[in-house]
Design a protein around this ligand. Sequence first.
Ligand SMILES: O=C1O[C@H](COP(=O)(O)O)[C@@H](O)[C@H](O)[C@H]1O
Length: 263
Amino acid sequence: MGKPPNLYTFPDTDELAKSLRAFVIDAQNAALERHNKFRVGVSGGSLPKTLAKALLANPSGDDDKVNFPKWHIFFADERAVPLDHEDSNYRLVKEELLDKIPEEMGKPEVYPIDTKYMDDIQEMADQYEQTLVKSFAARDSVKIPMFDLLLLGCGPDGHTCSLFPESPLLRETEAWVLPIENSPKPPPKRITLSLPVACHGIKIGFVATGAGKKEILRKIFDTEEGHSLPCGLINTSAQERVSWFTDFAAVEGVQFPSRRGSL
Ligand SMILES: O=C1O[C@H](COP(=O)(O)O)[C@@H](O)[C@H](O)[C@H]1O
């Protein structure tokens, strides 16, 4: 049995962002040594804002540089809406982060969904899987793509990516990207990384902040039932490869050993 996930907690998002930055840069530098590129899967929701705070801060030294030109940014989940729609995760990441990257830092390669498949969500998922196949090598030589880093959110019901509690999608073992026709949270049509892909990241960082997350974090970390929620399933499967970045408000009352402050 491996070690449990890491649960870090900070007084506020400014402090959280400093530690998240160190975590991301460690993952980036390890990936650049491994294969000279950094493949990251990002979520929408509240994450892009905190991520931007982490990445756009001034570097404290040579080891603390964000090397955006080596970044390949994929979406952990996406809503089947135009890329400039208010529900689009791409739009969120673009407005919160991509548009704010200073010219001199260089630009990452970004892989949005192909919106021409909006009326055929299965086709949209298949096409996004092909996007991953092109980046992660042939489908038959790689069983499950291994992101260098997955940056995920946690919904108040314990969902992550667009994997919702008790969804039959949680039983998928083959596909890398899945369609959803009837998401319990609007908009209904989405695509998402499958659970095996979400569990397979070399590093997985969850970001959960605010008092609105405390009930679900208590459930995920302190109850048996929480282990079968999507976030709990990733905790159980990926163990110490998972790190949670939370603020004090989000972990109020959580018993699971949590480490205050830095990594
Ligand atoms: O619907 C979604 O929700 C989750 C969680 O969002 P949050 O605002 O509670 O952080 C998000 O991670 C996912 O990408 C998004 O599509």
